[in-house]
Design a protein around this ligand. Sequence first.
Ligand code: SAM
Length: 311
Amino acid sequence: MATIERAEHQFGGGWTEIKLDAVSDYLNFYTQALKARPSPDNPFETWYVDAFAGTGDRTIEIDDGGLFAQPDATIERLRLDGSARRAIAVDPPFRHLVFIEKDPGRFAALEALRTEFPHRDIRCVPGDANGELKSIFENGPWQQRGRTTLQRAVVFLDPYGMSVRWETLRFLAETERADVWYLFPLHAALRQLSHDHRMLDPGKRAALGEIFGTADWEQRFYQQPQEAPADLFEAANRAGPKRIANAGSVEEFAGERLRTIFSFVSRPIPILTHRKLQQFSLFLLSGNKNQRAIDLIEKGVAAQVKKYGGR
Ligand SMILES: C[S@@+](CC[C@H](N)C(=O)[O-])C[C@H]1O[C@@H](n2cnc3c(N)ncnc32)[C@H](O)[C@@H]1O
């Protein structure tokens, strides 16, 4: 078991492995499927863009004593590959890899990772995912629009919380050439939806509007109780709509909203914590309108949805 020497990034649990397995299985499918398309002599130029890249590694701690730990029990630290390192290992390889990271320490670790692979085209970009994605997809070879161009990308949006702007999803859809793995922050969104409508402050409203790209969530998720109050006290406390949303209806609404801008939206893979709380919903999205491309995407994601428990 390796001890950690690299810049450490501790996050997630067993559920993180499910998320990363689903995405990297798809990446291997993707580069294999595209390697001789549209023609063996002139194949697509494949890009992988990790917009919340971390360090490339992740660290987990294993308590070797479990429930009956001896006083001298040790905690073993294990380094596992994070999304960036997994993407580098994809075979056939991506032609270009871009890692975006806001945190300076983690960004430095990504730069160190890049130097391990001097013959690969790996670019590390410091800064905010929303702004940097826009500048990547609006410049260089991506400037030229249209499906006849050869650039094709998989973008991984793996934020901790509600950091992905609706506008970012919209322009990724509009490229028509990017498949987007989006870790929708279901639990964080539900936490913003206070049970009492009166507790919805401007901050919550803005965050929810950004994540759903509309203000319609308010009408959908709140309702005035119908039954007459039992007494004056209950009447006073009931003065306003109450939340009727739960995890299922929020996930369903997220899917509906994503379908307004993407031509393909997969069934979500539920990402649960060890306490079986659904923290995230992992969607694969694409703005590609070509039916053959959609069939291929569907085939690639179907295996992941089946394997990792999509409903
Ligand atoms: C869940 S971690 C990503 C883990 C990574 N995908 C992996 O598997 O190794 C989220 C990362 O996003 C970074 N981050 C947070 N907000 C960001 C933003 N607005 N733009 C870019 N990076 C951000 C954090 O510093 C953190 O490293």
